[in-house]
Design a protein around this ligand. Structure first.
Ligand code: PMP
Length: 438
């Protein structure tokens, strides 16, 4: 079940998931909604990998598409040339996006998508002779990847600490819209708290709106524990941005492609941003791909004059990679053919029940859910934050449940192919585990 990690440096490790002998648990296989651990036992994949495998694992159609693409056109440089798969994919994604978001810039991960969007925001204002707009605004507890741009606008303070000297200047953060006292145990969106978006007005007053280029938020803050926007909150953010000519970016790396029961969270919440970043689910986690969807206004600004695109000087070797595009097309085909959006909508109340069935357990501090995402916040053990979360993780693995635990928070994003029974079993399993940890 374990393996010495030796020279292998796992992300975010020096962590506690390696035992005293330097051994880590390994995953050796994956099929459908389950991983197989090193000792052969199966665990339910409660976070779809890292929110990225909604169709489950081992899909033969995707494997075939990869093989076919790799043996026909395996790589295509995207700087002066295009490839049909990527061109058609851009069109397809634009058609899925909210009306008014029509052009797609491809990158290879969420971090790259975010840094691309931030650079597009700065470049857009610059090219429109609004060069004074250099400020970027993120949000407390936001996670936007690990690029220097994404970390700068990210709202996880310890992450920025070591790199304070290279963080992007002119970045501020609005407060996050979560207030435990008023919102704990909400099912879906909290009814109160929309006015927390007005915190953006504070920065507008402080800085002069004409210096602010963009605001970036995750519609649902995912990595920091599924913080669900209160009813009306995103609408208010949109209104303020529109009023002051500030671009609004939704980072939909987690929420994009169905997890909210709509193509994008923008549609679920009825708010149209100026850009959407995506990654993860578009390729079902199998090959890296990310990107940014933008308005024609933004696109046209970069397309007028040959020099504007050159000044922008932004692109990746693997932008619009044929293999990624081929996989993405099959992923979108399957989502359509199998009606996965309606499946997500049908599973949402099942997940909600499973999570909120834990309400009366003494260790539970809060429960949150929306779409096919949820979080359990445990009360930290006296003087030992994270210890209870770690124990729940350990017990989960023993009892057939792979959990994503950060500190004392457990985040959920089960595959869209989950059955209602699997989600109910997960709830019952969690109930037993959390009821019996110290
Ligand atoms: N943005 C959001 C909202 C994310 O959740 C993540 C990853 N969890 C990222 C950006 C970064 O994506 P990646 O790890 O693919 O760079």
């Amino acid at each position: 079940a374990t393996m010495r990690t030796g020279r292998y440096w796992m992300p975010f490790t020096a962590n506690r998931y390696v035992n005293a002998q330097g051994e880590a648990r390994v995953l050796t296989a994956a099929r459908g909604a389950y991983y197989t651990m090193g000792d052969g036992h199966k665990v339910f994949d409660s976070l779809s990998g890292l929110w990225c495998t909604p169709l489950g694992h081992g899909n033969p159609r995707i494997a075939q598409a990869l093989y076919d693409q790799a043996t026909s056109l395996d790589f295509a440089p995207s700087f002066q040339l295009a490839n049909p798969g990527a061109v058609r994919l851009a069109e397809r994604i634009a058609n899925m996006a909210p009306a008014g978001l029509e052009h797609v810039f491809f990158a290879n991960s969420g971090s790259e998508a975010v840094d691309t969007a931030l650079k597009i925001a700065i470049g857009f204002h610059k090219l429109r002779d609004e060069g004074g707009r250099f400020r970027l605004i993120g949000r407390e507890r936001g996670y936007h990847g690990v690029g220097l741009g994404g970390m700068s606008v990210g709202g996880i303070v310890p992450n920025r600490k070591m790199f304070a000297t290279v963080m992007v200047p002119g970045v501020d953060h609005i407060r996050h819209p979560y207030d435990h006292a008023r919102m704990a145990f909400s099912r879906g969106q909290p009814q109160c708290g929309a006015e927390m978006a007005d915190d953006l007005e504070r920065l507008v007053a402080l800085h002069d709106a004409s210096t602010i280029a963009a605001v970036i938020v995750e519609p649902v803050q995912g990595s920091t524990g599924v913080l669900v926007p209160p009813v009306g909150y995103l609408q208010r953010l949109r209104e303020i941005c529109t009023q002051y000519g500030i671009l609004l970016i939704f980072d939909e790396v987690i929420t994009g492609f169905g997890r909210m029961g709509e193509n994008f969270a923008a549609q679920r919440f009825g708010v149209r941003p100026d850009m959407i970043t995506f990654a993860k689910a578009i390729t079902n986690g199998i090959v890296p791909m990310g990107g940014v969807i933008v308005t024609p206004e933004i696109y046209n600004t970069f397309m007028t004059g040959p020099e504007s695109a050159i000044e922008f000087a932004h692109g990746y070797t693997y932008s619009g990679h044929p293999l990624a595009a081929a996989v993405a097309h099959v992923v979108l085909d399957i989502m359509e053919e199998d009606n996965l959006l309606s499946k997500v909508r049908a599973l949402e109340p099942v997940l909600e029940e499973a999570i909120h069935s834990l309400r009366d357990l003494p260790h539970v501090h809060d429960l949150r859910n929306i779409g096919l995402t949820a979080a359990i916040e445990l009360k930290p053990r006296e003087g030992k934050p994270g210890a209870r979360g770690l124990e729940v993780f350990e017990r989960g693995v023993q009892h057939g449940l792979l959990l994503r635990v950060t500190g004392d928070t457990i985040s959920f994003g089960p595959p869209f192919i989950s059955t209602p029974e699997q989600l109910r079993d997960m709830g019952a399993n969690l109930h037993r585990i959390i009821a019996t940890v110290a």
